[in-house]
Design a binder for this molecule. Sequence first.
Ligand code: GDP
Length: 294
Amino acid sequence: MFNSLSDRLNDTFDRLRGKGKLTEADITSAMRDIRMALLEADVNFKVVKDFVAKTKERCLTAEVMDSLTPAQNVVKIVLDELVELLGSTESKLVLSSRIPNVIMLVGLQGSGKTTAAVKLAYLLKKQGKSPLLAACDVYRPAAADQLATLGGEIGVPVFRGDGAHPIEIAQGAVREAVDKMRDVVIVDTAGRLQIDEQMMQEAVDIKRAVKPDQVLMVVDAMTGQDIVNVVSTFAERTDFDGVIISKLDGDARGGGALSVRAVTGKPIKFVSMGEKPDSLEVFSPDRMAKRILG
Ligand code: GDP
């Protein structure tokens, strides 16, 4: 992911480095290149506009322009602004003192919710927790089976409540967790390929019924420009506390993932980098920004 964005940005930086002393026109031209590179990577238009305006303003100071290595300072400013765009600091998942903690995952179908639920369970298990997965996606016939299989692979039980309504399954899972001394319930909810009212209402109803400590939205890094619409609608309807970006190992342009924090104001908590259970990483804005700059 971000390969072509990285290449474009590095070409811009190389051109600047080749010049020695920089003029305002050099900065303007570099900012135009950066704007194009971000737009072509599918970063949201407004996010790009703000990013470039802030970066340009910081670059055009005497401190940068009159310095001995102006190009290096520009690179540093772009890096800083990328870190800022991505949320500046790590935002770890904090569990409350309530037992069981309930973490609910929302998102579109295919976004990677079920996979993320399993990875999160695996991560928590490694931290000494005893999670329980709740299979509330009753519409995609294979979803509960998929969860049961993956849960089995990592040794985490799955509450299925076959035939029951998703709200009852979520509530049943919480009761089961109390009975069986499981301290975290991870609720995998249903998604649709596109936002639809019934899906949204169901997520709202499950949330009301089990009062999750955390709602995490799973967002596919390959979503592109439509990501803004998707995350804004979820933010409005179900609200959420943080984001898991999935499929960051893919080769799409990835700019949607860069827009999420700025558009929702919610922290990115994890990134998912593959299909294996151990491929969920705590998100680090710094690491991601450095990865983008190559
Ligand atoms: P859900 O409908 O939101 O529950 O989505 P799934 O968890 O079933 O994921 C949809 C597809 O994306 C599956 O084929 C997953 O194996 C795949 N997937 C999920 N997360 C990742 C990831 O981080 N990287 C890759 N490469 N594939 C993923």
